[in-house]
Write a new protein. Sequence first.
Length: 422
Amino acid sequence: MPQDLSLTTAYVFRGIADAASRTCALYQQKQPLRRVLTAGILPGKRIFHIFIFLVLAISSFVAQPPVHAQQGLYSDVDRLLSNGYAAEVVINHKISEGSPIYRIIDAAIRHDPDRETEFRHLGLNMLSGLPRSACAGSAFSPSRPWSSIEYEPIDPKTVAEVARLYFEEDKKLTYLRPSDSHGNFPVDELVNLTKQDSFWYRVLPVRDHPLPNAVFVSLYQEGERIVVDGNLGGLDRATRDGEEMVPVVFHYNPKKNVPVSQFSGLVSGEEIIDIYESDGVRVTSMPDWTAGDFHSMMSLEEIDARFQIPEQDDVDEELWTRIKLDLQQNGFTFPLLILLGGGESRLFYSAERVAVARSMGEKTLPVAFFYDYDDLPYPNSGCALLIAGEERGTPVGISELTGSNYGLGSPGGPPLPPSPPP
């Protein structure tokens, strides 16, 4: 038990004992009932201590939930992220079950510490659109009413109806059913939607890319677009088996979010940066960059001009050798990470890797974009600080990936098809 909680507990028990003693004494003196009942009200200081005790007790429970609850939260988050579910889908699902967002972010970081910056910035960007329950009741901002809806009342049960509810009424399916989906929807409708040449991320040819049973569908309020993920294992299986319905997971994108297929060609990194800096338009987050998901290619010339890329003499020799060997054996098995926002763009993982690729004659490199939290209401609130972690204002996470497991083993196995996603 925290020290401040222990001290306050001692004050409360002492106050309760005093109150009980005074109440019994008055009752034995046959005082009026009103006075006997009010005798239990503690002196001013004790009232304050009890108030603080209750606040701390509730806060302690929220901050330190039962171990089994923490394990259950982590187990769910770990399973969903491991199966290729986008972090935003996982966050919305666990919030709909009553978990506070900062606990969900902690569980996601525990699942993959290398994605810490991504998870924290995503949580902060989502914050103003979430219900107060997402912060365990903390009044962090005048939040919108929670617009989560259930699957059962939807009629007809079509992707088009789910899209209409979102586009016209801003209502979303957030709770994942036992099948780890938002519900079952018609196979024929989804097959027709896949005929559009639209996608919101690409996939590098790496091994063991998650292939979930559910079909991912991304809905865009910008232009009222419906985009089906190209990772179509579940849909292919349902079509082959003659099934009429298939599990679907929906991704919701508010105004000024667009699929990457909107940009011209594969090498569109600079265009994505320019449209964000000029109009605030963002590309949709990919499910998992560590599995090889990326947005676009970007010319090494543009990367070199925008970021500070070191010369070989400025890079540790051992690190340079390790990166070069990795690139020679495996190529780029996951993308460069670029964080946009705050009036600048920042490169993670890593300038040294770019320098080695440049020395090897590479012309274009895969990139994935993330966004800093902009116009966050009450940025110093307790909830925001819990999401941001101790290094608020400074990008954290994104470890020295050249020393991690990502991309350092032979990919092996047949490559997945090129973009749009397999």
